[in-house]
Design a protein. Structure first.
Length: 277
């Protein structure tokens, strides 16, 4: 059974782009809404299929739902459809259908300290969970965000990273660049090594991780080295999402269909699957 709460999960709704934010040279955040506001309600970690006629469609995480006003998608330019999407302006109409996927376990994490680890565009799906925790601040413990990118220009959501999130109660943001560059006086180094420098204690904590597969691979090893167990570590396999409803059969890993059973899993669940993730 798919997780879409719409009448027909294959029929897109028409929405208008009401705002565009240039996050990086190849990432833009699109705010979209229809005449009533949001076309559907989204839980943190869920995705939607975005369509642009006559080019095509693609599956993207919803990086935030602003009340009932609009949905936000942070989309990287990586191919034909996203190239075309990056060329349109405010007022353009696109299609969205969804939401798809199980989303992050926001209720199960209540009362826990939260450690978010993201690389590059991997902050986009985690942003919805981070902002949810900050919106419901009393329900969560200490919040730590560790985020890295190749360069300063490649850091997404700079206003939130450097201005807004660090001002929140019991919230720390750690940012790193892969290599030194002129004008940057912050940390330099890869995320897994910085994670081991910071040594966030595992007691009472949930770690949520998303980013390039090679970053995830080594960050998971770092977390294990620091004493995190598999139930404490959550990730999203949203890159394996395909049709969203489990019909095309292209999203499976072993017996699990990522569109239906995921894309959010803890590490204990993933270790039961073939090592294709």
């Amino acid at each position: 059974m798919h997780n879409c709460n719409c009448e027909n999960p294959l029929v897109p709704q028409i929405v208008e782009i009401v705002k565009i934010i240039d996050e990086t040279p190849d990432v833009k955040t699109f705010h979209v809404r229809n005449e009533n506001g949001v076309p559907f309600d989204v839980k943190p970690g869920q995705l939607a299929m975005v369509s642009l006629l006559p080019v095509g469609e693609g599956m993207f995480s919803v990086s935030w739902q602003e009340e009932k006003e609009h949905l936000q998608f942070a989309i990287r330019r990586v191919g034909l459809m996203t190239d075309e999407l990056h060329s349109v302006g405010v007022g353009h109409k696109i299609g969205v259908r969804g939401p798809y996927g199980n989303g992050f376990p926001v209720e199960a994490c209540q009362g826990k300290d939260m450690l978010f680890i993201a690389g590059g565009i991997g902050l986009a799906p985690l942003r919805s969970f981070i902002k949810y925790c900050l919106k419901h601040r009393a329900d969560y413990g200490k919040i730590q965000v560790l985020y890295g990118a190749r360069s300063y220009a490649d850091l997404c959501f700079k206003d939130e990273l450097f201005e807004l999130w660090p001002k929140e109660k019991d919230t720390e943001v750690f940012t790193t660049l892969d290599r030194p560059e002129e004008g940057w006086d912050g940390h330099v180094g890869l995320i897994p090594s910085y994670l081991e420098e910071l040594k966030p204690a595992p007691e009472g904590k949930v770690a949520v991780i998303c980013g390039p597969p090679i970053m995830i691979k080594f960050a998971l090893k770092s977390l294990e080295k620091m004493g995190y167990n598999d139930e404490q570590v959550i990730t999203t396999l949203e890159m394996r999402m395909k049709c969203g409803i489990g019909k095309c059969g292209r999203c499976n890993i072993g017996s699990e269909y990522i569109c239906l059973d995921g894309p959010v899993f803890n590490l204990a669940q993933l270790r039961k699957l073939p090592p294709e993730w």
